[in-house]
Write a protein that binds this ligand. Sequence first.
Ligand SMILES: [Zn+2]
Length: 105
Amino acid sequence: MSNLHKEYAVPTSFTAGGHTFKILLGKDIDTDGAIGITKFLQCEIRLRTHLDGEALSVSQVQQTYFHEKAHVMMMILNQDELNSNEPFIDNLGQIDFQISRTEKY
Ligand SMILES: [Zn+2]
């Protein structure tokens, strides 16, 4: 795991539906102008750590990760309509974010 992945506490990869998605993270990573994007054909989630030269907070990067992960889940489930419903995706991502970061073992 890279130092950047550790710093932002996002994984380097996960496998869903038999597809292994890489999580790429960086200051200048190509996200088509967004702060995060999922490239389904390349099996990549790309996350920016900076926007307009300003650093995003750890929680902002994490929230973007969970948002993009929600897109992957809907794609794997063939839920195209839900996958294009950004408020739904954002809510699902928020719930996953909160559960994942508050789980106790
Ligand atoms: Zn989205």
